[in-house]
Design a protein around this ligand. Structure first.
Ligand SMILES: Nc1ncnc2c1ncn2[C@@H]1O[C@H](COP(=O)(O)OP(=O)(O)OP(=O)(O)O)[C@@H](O)[C@H]1O
Ligand SMILES: [Zn+2]
Length: 839
């Protein structure tokens, strides 16, 4: 089964007229991987009520209902099948703009998927009710019976008996024709919600905040109060600290901070609350918006370098090109974006601020809200569907509270009314590329196309630009601005490479800590500084091996060794989540001689407890950050200096701004160097430079220690000396030699099936056909390093596309090969997956 449906009978897409007058048919896009749109009859529906982007409920397949989008109009019935009738029109105003439809079509064409797949990804699922969608009563919903019509009443009653029902089941209970629009309306009125898979470990992060009771805001009353405090010195001390904290800010004050600052106990605070002098209240941390609405604070003055960069960006905009802002870590790129954002907001246009990972942007949210107030909204995949749906409408209406949208790659799909600027922060991050499922788009590149359609500006920012973007800047395709120095002229951290082989030989290792690293950690802590330790593997040890027979426990679904997690005494697969308890004896030979190899963050943390028993440590990796607010908690504790040493994986690298980090230690750089990928060296440079960039950002120069067995490796030398341009020159040269981007474009084609032999035969057949067209530009098929994941075998073909060889034509040829492939019965069940611009 090919992912894109049957490619054979594809009809040209997007060719039908957009004008509805006199139309009797509509062309409907369904949120599924179908190669073409379906035509439906309008029946009694007046065509004037429809526009492209309006949702309609339509039947599809055997008596199933789907939510589709009108994309065109027609006067004649389709020839191949009898058109069914549209059941209902779901929107008065189109949910999706015509500009979005054009953008989706570009994504579908470029990334070789269907517009239906883009539709499914782009629109929050709450807008896409279909027969299988499961709905339930919203907790606490208590509608007045008067406000309900008979059908609504019936639905609510049915849901009281059976808490979860599918849309199809509800359709059977009431009149099936009308159920979708009614449900959409009831969701809009907050009576129903979709059943969502609950986030694992989800708990809203609520913190206690404290304020003066409004009665005492009055000067006279306050004076009286302070006079009466004579016999309670601790209480008056605490009040004085509260006034101090309030000075110059109107941010909410956390009870905990007040207690710490005043050095008083909870009992003192409690006494004042009981007296009615103070009030305690709760807020969810990520909902804090500066009170009073509008912008509260002026942004800081830019320094001369920042002004210069700002000027360069603005003149780049004049030339209608995207601008690459290349600024070393902590050079103040964010403040420069802020100026551009303020310009745009003042002009009444919208801004999209893309970040690689939304969960770790609380710091950034706070920085933006300080200046922009309530005009910033966060689009977060962990927000409830309701919240995402609301934001959708705000963005579409161009409301003030949706002036600036901060989000990860999917925020690109919001229905902007008037988009003026897109900021792509940390543009080099590979999380901008969606890997699975289709559309496998690159958000940076799709953002540039969206900006082109919207008449918006684009600024891409990074301390370590991707080779592609820097290449585009050098060739003049992008304009370029540079920030070479850190803000406040703080020096970039001093880097030192520590030779692990030598340390072992001289017996200077303790666990995975060299003598140098131990000294530096001690030194940093001794001076009240904080430490970040980076290890790119989670868990305790990636491999468990029997010392007697050499057996290493493997995942039963994937071709990988299981990782040992000591805390849970478990072996876990990082590909499929399979886990089991670790036995004391080897499952193969029965000897109690199991040993671990390699190490992950959990082990680093355990060693720290022995080496630095007094230090307060925390760990940030996938295992410790599953809940919605887990990142936030770890980051805030580190900011508040409640943690001395933070151990983590690459999550640590993404734009965090800590003030007090004196030392960054890279536990082992070698696994990054030896990764089998044409981008390995580029990524290693980026990752290490970014982690290193967390050190010494504000006052004193920070230090970075890199432990490695390859201290003379070119890339590590380049990291240590901050030689981005040298790294770039070398990588570009190599990629030209071996034929990789940016010299060429690549498409990776993956074949996936449960049976090893079938994948092999199918991929071989496909590769042979491709070689007839493309000759030597076809590489493979090859099994990837992990050939089986979740019981599916994978095999890859890589196609290299030379400049000027017609991308569209190439894709058509591949699609034709795929049609023939699907005509061969034993191959039909093999999934074919395209990844254009595979990174
Ligand atoms: N003009 C300014 N006035 C005052 N403080 C500034 C100014 N510019 C930057 N800073 C401060 O300098 C620090 C680094 O700035 P910022 O976080 O914007 O750097 P960055 O270039 O985005 O860094 P990175 O790429 O490492 O994320 C921040 O704490 C920021 O508040
Ligand atoms: Zn597995």
């Amino acid at each position: 089964m090919n992912e894109a449906g049957t490619g054979a009978d594809a009809s040209p897409r997007g060719s039908s007229p957009k004008d509805s007058s006199g139309a009797r048919y509509v062309e409907v896009l369904l949120p599924m991987p179908l190669e073409r749109n379906f035509t439906y009859a309008l029946g009694d529906i007046p065509p004037g009520t429809l526009r492209p982007g309006t949702r309609v409920a339509v039947p599809f397949g055997k008596s199933k209902l789907y939510t589709g989008l009108v994309v065109g109009f027609g006067h004649r019935a389709p020839e191949a099948y009898e058109a069914k009738e549209v059941y209902r029109v779901l929107d008065e105003e189109p949910l999706v703009t015509e500009l979005q439809l054009r953008h989706w079509q570009w994504i579908a064409d470029y990334y070789m998927c269907t517009a239906g797949e883009v539709f499914r990804t782009a629109v929050p699922s709450v807008f896409l009710l279909q027969s299988e969608t499961r709905v339930m009563l919203r907790e606490g919903a208590d509608p007045d019976e008067k406000d309900l019509d008979d059908t609504e009443f019936l639905i609510l009653e049915a849901l009281q008996h059976q808490p979860v029902l599918s849309v199809g089941e509800i359709g059977d209970i009431v009149d099936r024709k009308s159920v979708l629009p009614i449900l959409h309306r009831m969701i809009g009125r907050d009576l129903l919600v979709l059943q969502e898979k609950l986030q694992q470990g989800y708990k809203p992060l609520r913190a206690r905040f404290i304020r003066l009771h409004p009665d005492y805001e009055d000067q006279a009353a306050l004076g009286e109060l302070m006079d009466s405090m004579g016999r309670a010195p601790k209480q008056s001390e605490l009040l004085l600290h509260l006034f101090q904290l309030r000075r110059g800010t109107d941010k909410p004050i956390r009870s905990k901070v007040l207690q710490e600052q005043s050095g008083t106990s909870r009992a003192v605070l409690k006494a004042l609350i009981d007296k009615g002098v103070l009030e305690e209240y709760f807020l969810e941390e990520d909902r804090i918006v500066s009170p009073g609405g509008g912008a509260q604070h002026q942004p800081p003055e830019l320094n001369a370098l920042q002004e210069e960069a700002l000027g360069a960006i603005r003149s780049g905009f004049e030339s209608d090109r995207p601008v690459l802002l290349h600024g070393v870590t902590s050079s103040g790129k964010t403040e420069v974006y802020l100026r551009l954002i303020l310009d745009m907001v003042a002009a009444g246009r919208q801004v999209l601020y893309l970040v690689p990972e939304i969960a770790i942007t609380e710091q950034l949210v706070r920085r933006l809200q300080r200046v922009l107030g309530h005009r910033v909204a966060v689009f977060h995949s962990r927000h409830s569907m309701q919240e995402r749906a609301e934001l959708w409408y705000h963005v579409r209406a161009g409301e003030e509270k949706a002036s600036v949208i901060l989000g990860a790659r999917s925020a690109l799909f919001l229905p902007f009314a008037d988009l003026g600027l897109i900021v792509v922060d940390e543009e080099h991050e590979n999380t901008y590329k969606q890997f699975d499922p289709a559309p496998r788009y690159h958000a940076r590149d799709a953002a540039i196309v969206l900006a082109g359609l919207s008449g918006a500006r684009v600024v891409l920012g990074s301390a370590t630009p991707s080779i592609e973007s820097y290449h585009n800047a050098r060739s003049g395709k992008y304009a370029y601005a540079r920030l070479d120095r850190r803000f406040g002229d703080v020096l970039l951290p001093e880097m030192e490479l520590v030779d692990l082989a030598e340390q072992f030989r001289k017996k200077k290792m303790q666990g995975h800590f060299s003598e140098r690293l131990r000294e530096e950690v001690e030194g940093a802590l001794g001076q009240g500084g904080q430490v970040i330790l980076f290890q790119n593997r989670r868990g305790f040890a990636p491999i468990v091996e029997c010392a007697s027979c050499g057996h290493a426990p493997q995942c039963r679904n994937c071709d990988v060794s299981l990782t040992f997690h000591r805390h849970r005494k478990e072996l876990r697969c990082h590909y499929c989540g399979f886990h089991r308890l670790l036995e004391n004896t080897c499952e193969a030979c029965g000897n109690p001689t199991l040993d671990t190899k390699g190490f992950g963050t959990e082990q680093v943390e355990a060693e720290l407890a022995e080496l630095f028993p007094k230090a307060r440590t925390a760990r940030m990796d996938l295992d410790t950050t599953r809940g919605k607010h887990a990142y936030g908690r770890i980051i805030q504790a580190f900011e508040a200096r409640e943690t001395d040493i933070l151990v983590g994986t690459q999550m640590l690298t993404k734009g965090l701004d800590f003030r007090n980090v004196a030392l960054v230690g890279i536990m082992n750089a070698d696994s990054l160097l030896n990764f089998p990928h044409f981008r390995a060296h580029e990524r290693c440079f980026q990752l290490l430079t970014q982690v290193a960039g967390r050190a010494g950002r504000t006052r004193e120069r920070g230090r970075v220690l890199i432990q490695t067995y390859n201290p003379n490796h070119q890339i590590l030398q380049q990291v240590a000396s901050g030689a981005y341009d040298a790294m770039y020159a070398e990588q570009v040269y190599e990629r030209e030699q071996f034929g990789y981007p940016p010299a060429l474009r690549i498409i990776r084609i993956t074949f996936r099936h449960r049976e090893y032999n079938r994948v092999g035969e199918g991929a071989a057949w496909f590769a042979r056909s491709m070689r007839m067209h493309f000759g030597k530009d076809v590489l493979g098929p090859e099994f990837p390093p992990v050939a089986r994941i979740r019981n599916q075998y994978h095999k890859n073909i890589l196609l290299k596309i030379r400049p000027g060889s017609g991308l569209a034509q190439t894709k058509n040829s591949i699609k034709r090969i795929e049609s023939s492939f699907n005509a061969i019965s034993q191959f039909r069940s093999i999934r074919v997956i395209y990844n254009v611009d595979y990174i």
